[in-house]
Design a protein around this ligand. Structure first.
Ligand code: AMP
Ligand code: GLY
Length: 421
């Protein structure tokens, strides 16, 4: 089979590595891919949102199956466009990807179908939003409606901060059209859990739970990033909570999307907060998380391609989705200065051991050498029988990845470890 994976980061490198375990797979093309995965996939360089070119390439190369991984091509209708040419895909159509593409849509969906989430109000008029903030409970959370590269959420500790966020989004246009509508919602507290789930639109099969580390600094300090590391499973997510989530959140969401005529097929990512009043949805993503994928797929014992195709064919109920009873930890190495400005082009070297455990997010080939080309550069994953061991191994192995200015957090998994004790 010839496969095409849309995307070019660490998540896509991970997906490609696990798709290749299936002996039916001959070649995987990536759009665009990155230099760090060039030994495992043919990197086309075609941009992930250049849908016309992606479709033309897929037709020309007789692609048998495509996996659309990032949010923006999904929201833009990449799956619809490939399907129109008869190419089956893993990933939701645009009318279902809106569950991530519009926070107003997802909040209204949850309200309509009684799915637990933070209380909220939607505003299209800035003056009305500012008036509401005069009396709203503080802290409060201001969210841009549309995709904003994961930066469209402001946790405001004061009324002035909240008002400034509303002005920036609605008047300053810092997120363009994405900020022309805002959601202002209740501030929730509790441990956060990421649950990625396979769904064919009929049944939901959750993957092992995970925990992201979004802040750049140790002890969750400093700016927000795309994620500096992950562990799986998440110790806060007990079996009882998993069962409650299935009944109050996972299945009701799939059913709600069906009722709206927006059947969701693919990977639905439930961003949950375990509040004192039970699990609530913080956000939905219409795709695999990054770097959650880097700890979840290495624990998958069943065949990834078989599962993905069953989501497309509507046969997920009969398909095995089994995870190892082990622990995983992924440590991200970032460019010095990330998530603000940083330099690129430094050579990346890896020991053989590190290479086997590392997924490249920001790497490019230059004169035959792998060099840094992004903020997050690599993610190194280790698996072990205990979380403690997985963390130790991930750090030890990631010592084998080197480039100038490499930065990593030193405490990935420590909070989870404390929770276990
Ligand atoms: P999102 O982009 O929706 O994932 O939000 C980014 C982060 O903001 C989440 O991972 C949470 O840590 C935090 N967050 C979002 N919504 C809330 C809320 N209602 N209460 C508290 N924290 C929140
Ligand atoms: N790691 C969070 C996300 O992929 O959105």
């Amino acid at each position: 089979m010839k496969l095409l994976v849309v995307g070019g980061g660490g998540r896509e490198h991970t997906i490609i590595r696990y798709l290749k375990k299936n002996p039916e797979v001959e070649t995987i093309f990536a759009c665009p891919g990155n230099g760090g995965m060039a030994e495992e996939a043919v990197c086309t360089g075609i941009g992930a949102t250049d849908i016309e070119k992606i479709v033309a390439f897929a037709v020309e190369n007789a692609i048998d199956y495509a996996v659309v991984a990032p949010d923006d091509p999904l929201v833009l209708g990449c799956v619809d466009a490939l399907n129109e040419k008869g190419i089956p895909c893993f990933g939701p159509k645009a009318n279902a990807a809106i569950i991530e593409g519009s926070k107003v849509f997802s909040k209204n969906l949850m309200k309509k179908y009684g799915i637990p989430t933070a209380q909220y109000e939607v505003f299209e008029d800035m003056e009305a939003a500012l008036r509401y903030l005069e009396t709203a409970p503080i802290p409060t959370v201001v969210k841009a409606d549309g995709l904003a590269l994961g930066k469209g959420v402001i946790i405001a500790m004061t009324r002035d901060e909240a008002k400034a966020a509303v002005r920036d989004m609605m008047e300053g246009g810092i997120f363009g059209k994405s900020g022309s509508r805002v959601v202002i919602e209740e501030f929730l507290t509790g441990p956060e859990v990421s649950v990625l789930a396979f769904t064919d639109g009929k049944v939901v099969k959750p993957m092992v739970s995970s925990m992201d580390h979004k802040r750049v600094g140790d002890n969750d300090t400093g700016l927000n990033t795309g994620g500096m590391g992950t562990i799986a499973p998440n110790p806060y997510y007990t079996e009882a909570i998993a069962e409650e989530c299935m009944n109050t959140i996972f299945l009701p969401t799939i059913n709600a999307m069906n009722a709206e005529g927006r059947t969701f097929q693919g990977c639905l990512y439930y961003g949950l907060m375990l509040t004192p009043n039970g699990p609530k949805v913080i956000e939905y993503n219409c795709r695999f998380g990054d770097p959650e994928t880097q700890v979840v797929l290495p624990l998958l014992e069943s065949d990834l391609l078989t599962i993905m195709r069953s989501c497309t064919n509507g046969t997920l109920a009969e398909t095995e989705v089994k995870f190892a009873d082990k622990h995983a930890c992924c440590v991200i190495l970032a460019s010095n200065g990330y998530p603000q400005s940083y330099k690129k082009g430094f050579e990346i070297t890896m020991t053989e051991e590190a290479k086997a455990h590392t997924f490249v997010a920001g790497g490019a080939l230059k004169d035959g050498k792998l060099v840094t080309s992004g903020g997050r550069v690599t993610g190194t994953t280790a698996i072990a029988g205990s979380l403690e061991e997985a963390i130790k191994e991930a750090y030890r192995i990631s010592d084998g990845v080197q480039f100038e200015g490499a930065y990593r957090r030193s405490d990935i998994g420590q909070r989870a470890l404390q929770a276990l004790k």
